[in-house]
Design a protein around this ligand. Structure first.
Ligand code: NAD
Ligand code: TYD
Length: 336
């Protein structure tokens, strides 16, 4: 199988590419990534020159480029997105452009080129915010996004579904909860907090720290994407979650304990505007249809993740200093 992976230099896409090349030695991957601040080719150093892997620096909004690449593959696995809620609050334009318009460009190219198989990677944030006693989100939950990031992902999900209905494009969608694991950009809570603690800095907990997220290891998420790509029913959505609901302050205390630091390192800061209170997602459908369930134990997964960041200090130090962005310039000649 030949796959076009978009956003493969980001956190989850990187992990996906490593997973696919290890599991399916005869698959070919083209990784199309714009290398925004969130894209880092150093994540993929070990597969540079791999005969089944090709990197293309480019924008999913570039119709000509996307069309040329879609022609060369059997399926598209679409990770590329602007992904950070706080950035979307500061300015939504890039979120609308990449997440909505970019998805549209990919969908059109998929239709034009013999209706290529299209898997769209999305988030549980499209469903909005739960109260403590609400039942978990599932595939039938009404969409109710509450910030520009989740609204742009919701729009992209609707577009993807509309292409199934209108053009019979063979699509699937996964909506997944908060991921953690190696190569996550240190603006997201887990890598930000653990690298701050390592540097002797405090950790900024938003508001009262009682917002709840359902954490999943990116390895479990990507096994789910792999399964849905190969065995999912066309036109269907599958929800993925880790079964690890935990308030931010408790997560912070776990990280402090692993890092051997005290509560004096917590700094309560002003809350995120419109901060979603709770996410939790049911995996009943994918579990009963495809047998998927998360395999990582949260405590162990968190410890492994901390160990990975401690063993790969140079990686995140180069991200935090901005040096990682020079790597591409040294390695590749821009196509344009
Ligand atoms: P990320 O921000 O780490 O990576 C995004 C990647 O997309 C980067 O490599 C970036 O360079 C690339 N990109 C951005 N705009 C582009 C464009 N216009 N053209 C080409 N490439 C572009 O994101 P992530 O955390 O790896 O998330 C990947 C996907 O998974 C996203 O669609 C996100 O909505 C979804 N998701 C993320 C989570 C999570 O917890 N991180 C949970 C559920 C779903
Ligand atoms: P984040 O990793 O940004 O993911 P999302 O907003 O997509 O869920 O944040 C996870 C939770 O952690 C969210 O409730 C916001 C909170 N948070 C903090 O309290 N402090 C921080 O510095 C960050 C980045 C997040």
């Amino acid at each position: 199988m030949r796959l076009l992976v978009t956003g493969g230099a980001g956190f989850i896409g990187t992990n996906f590419i490593h997973h696919i090349l290890e599991k399916y030695p005869d698959y070919k991957i083209i990784n199309l990534d714009k290398l925004t601040y969130a894209g880092n080719l150093e994540n993929l150093k070990t597969i540079e020159g791999h005969e089944n892997y090709e990197f293309v620096k480019g924008d999913i909004c570039d119709e000509a480029l996307v069309n040329e690449l879609v022609k060369r593959v059997d399926a598209i696995v679409h990770f590329a997105a602007e992904s950070h809620v706080d950035r979307s609050i500061m300015g939504a334009a890039e979120f609308i452009r990449t997440n909505v318009m970019g998805t549209h460009v990919l969908l059109d190219a998929a239709v034009k080129n013999n209706k290529k198989r299209f898997h769209h990677v999305s988030t549980d944030e499209v469903f909005g915010s739960l109260s403590p006693d609400d039942k978990p989100f599932d595939e039938n939950t009404v969409y109710a996004p509450r910030n520009p990031y989740s609204a742009s992902k919701a729009a992209s999900d609707h577009l993807v579904r509309s292409y199934f209905n209108t053009y019979k494009l063979p699509i699937t969608i996964t909506n997944c909860s908060n991921n953690y694991g190696p190569w996550q950009f240190p603006e997201k809570i887990i890598p930000l907090f653990l690298t701050n603690l390592h540097e002797g800095k405090k950790v900024p907990v938003y508001g009262d720290g009682m917002q709840i997220r359902d954490w999943i290891h990116t390895g479990d998420h990507n096994r789910g994407v792999d399964l849905v790509l190969h065995k999912g029913r066309e036109g269907e959505t599958y929800c993925l979650g880790g079964g690890n609901e935990i308030p931010n302050i408790e997560l912070t205390r776990k990280l402090l304990a692993i890092m051997g630091k005290g509560e004096e390192n917590i700094e309560y800061v002003i809350d995120r505007p419109g901060h979603d209170r709770r996410y939790c997602i049911s995996i009943k459908k994918i579990n009963s249809e495809l047998g998927w369930h998360p395999e990582y134990d949260f405590e162990k997964g968190l410890r492994h993740t901390v160990d990975w960041y401690l063993a790969n200090k140079e990686w995140w130090q180069r991200v935090k200093s901005g040096d990682y962005q020079k790597y591409y310039q040294e390695q590749y000649i821009d196509r344009k």
